[in-house]
Write a protein that binds this ligand. Structure first.
Ligand code: ADP
Length: 485
């Protein structure tokens, strides 16, 4: 990786690369020594200017453009990202420590695919006509809402940015993107490509920490909607701040602690073991919908536990530039310490460690996939999000107890149900109060299905046409058909 591939270091404000702010912060890599970039901390002044520019863009061509033209502009942006894909993948790996193979196959490829999917939606959205008297016409249309703030997490920087901005842009809004301070670099490249194809001010990027830059955006009365993915604590804070400073639409996707519920004894097929193991190990478990709990109903699950542990032990962890590596680094050493202390705390409280439970050698924050067994449901490693490759297994006596655990969790993002009788699994799935439930698989959908949670997993529905609901508002127009009364 050559450092000359890095984007020029600055926020992207009103079509300019801006290096001044209220101080600066550095971006480092978990897998390389030294500083990758020094970026400005955008504060009140920069937020003020960005919102002014976005408000101007909202008066300009973007929301008034024929939807087909918006589609072509966004497809053009997707083509540019694809053409620059190798550079984006390399930078994503540097910034997050994730395997280069994944950065290419998932982060870049999925970002391009998601952007194209939303672009294609732009000219296929219809409004409604309400029932009315013969001399009246009442139309119901979805209108752009105004400047949108998109505040994104560090785990999948480019993909989360695209997932948040695409529906907001398709709806006709200008967007101000605030990427996570740990991994903001691909957002800058995204903005540079957008500058070539979208009207000025339609996509800006402000850099800085959440408590300063993010908070200032959320509080600004000119911001009409906030799209966010991150922790539950931050989502709650955003709700408070947004409520105290006017009203805005909130699309908040927060934490999760998604369980697999195993209803039948003796299940341990290869595909099932793979999906349970990878459902939590993938990307070092730094995924909001990681399948991080295993709820085993009744007895007869010894083989399943043994096989998941063996699968974990087979997973290779190390150098992200190694094309064959399964898992690479966590976002930073501090995060690894947090994951390890959650594991060692549980072990100290008497939980059984079946495998893993320690860091792996190498230049990076590497952690071995870990299986904890006999975890009391009251233990924090079961009830709290760990955001690491840690599976916590607990044993319960009946499906009712399992359902009570799932529905009693503070989180409700996703769950999976496994049973030899699909009807039984489907019926159990209907009892679960979660945003997505998988039956006899751990596939949580793709761009075409809505994604988001219940309870403290947030209010969001990302992906699918439903995502547009957070970034648009309904307008009713009444017309007298006989001419002016
Ligand atoms: P994590 O704990 O996984 O880092 P956060 O919720 O802290 O998750 O971060 C997700 C995103 O929210 C990041 O872009 C971060 O900068 C931003 N953020 C953090 N605190 C605030 C806040 N008070 N207001 C707005 N955005 C914030």
């Amino acid at each position: 990786m050559h450092t000359d591939l890095l984007p020029s270091p600055g926020a992207r404000l009103a079509g300019r690369c801006v290096t001044d702010g209220q101080g600066e912060f550095t971006v480092t890599s978990p897998v390389r020594e030294g500083v990758l970039a020094t970026l400005p901390i955008c504060g009140l002044d920069e937020v003020e200017e960005a919102v002014r520019v976005a408000e101007r863009a909202f008066e300009g061509p973007w929301p008034m453009m024929h939807p087909r033209e918006r589609k072509h502009r966004l497809l053009d942006l997707a083509d540019r990202l694809q053409a620059d894909g190798e550079r984006l993948a390399q930078i994503e790996t540097l910034d997050t420590g994730r395997p280069i193979r994944e950065a290419r196959a998932l982060d870049v490829a999925q970002s391009v695919a998601r952007l194209r999917w939303f672009a294609e939606l732009a000219d296929k959205l219809y409004g409604d006509v309400a029932p009315s008297g013969f001399d009246r016409l009442a139309t119901i249309t979805r209108e752009a809402i105004g400047p949108v703030a998109a505040i994104t997490p560090w785990n999948f920087p480019l993909m989360m940015a695209v997932t948040k901005i695409a529906p907001a842009l398709v709806a006709g809004n200008p967007v101000i993107l605030k990427p996570a301070e740990q991994s903001p670099l691909t957002a800058l490249i995204l903005a540079d490509h957008a500058a070539e194809t979208l009207p000025e001010g339609v996509l800006q990027v402000l850099t800085g920490p959440g408590e300063i830059t993010g908070e200032a955006l959320v509080r600004h009365p000119g911001i009409r909607a906030v799209g966010f993915t991150g922790s539950t604590a931050t989502a709650q804070r955003i709700m408070e701040s947004a409520g105290r400073h006017g009203m805005k639409r909130l699309n908040l996707e927060a934490g999760g602690k998604s369980p697999h519920v195993i209803l039948s004894p003796g299940l341990a097929g290869d595909a099932m073991i793979d999906q349970i193991a990878w459902g939590v190990a993938y990307h070092q478990g730094q995924v909001c919908d990681a399948g991080a709990n295993l709820i085993l109903v009744g007895g007869g699950h010894d083989d399943l536990i043994a096989r998941v542990a063996a699968r974990f032990d087979d997973i290779t962890v190390g150098d992200p530039w190694d094309e064959d590596i399964d898992l690479a680094s966590m976002i930073d050493a501090g995060h690894l310490d947090g994951v390890h202390s959650a594991v060692s705390g549980a072990v100290a409280r008497g939980v059984t460690l079946r495998c893993g439970g320690h860091a792996a050698d190498g230049n990076g924050a590497f952690y071995r996939p870990t299986l904890l067994d006999d975890v009391p449901a009251s233990d924090p490693v079961f009830s709290e999000e760990v955001f690491g490759p840690v599976l916590a297994a607990t044993h319960v006596g009946s499906p009712d107890e399992a359902a009570a655990l799932v529905n009693g969790s503070r989180y409700g993002l996703a769950a999976a149900v496994w049973a030899s009788d699909t009807g039984e699994a489907m019926q159990f799935a209907r009892r679960l109060r979660v945003g997505t439930v998988a039956v006899n698989c751990y596939e949580l959908g793709d761009i075409g299905t809505p994604f988001g949670g219940t309870r403290q997993s947030g209010l969001a529905r990302d992906r699918s046409p439903y995502a547009l609901e957070s970034y648009s508002e309904l307008k009713t127009t009444w017309a007298a058909l006989g001419g002016a009364a």
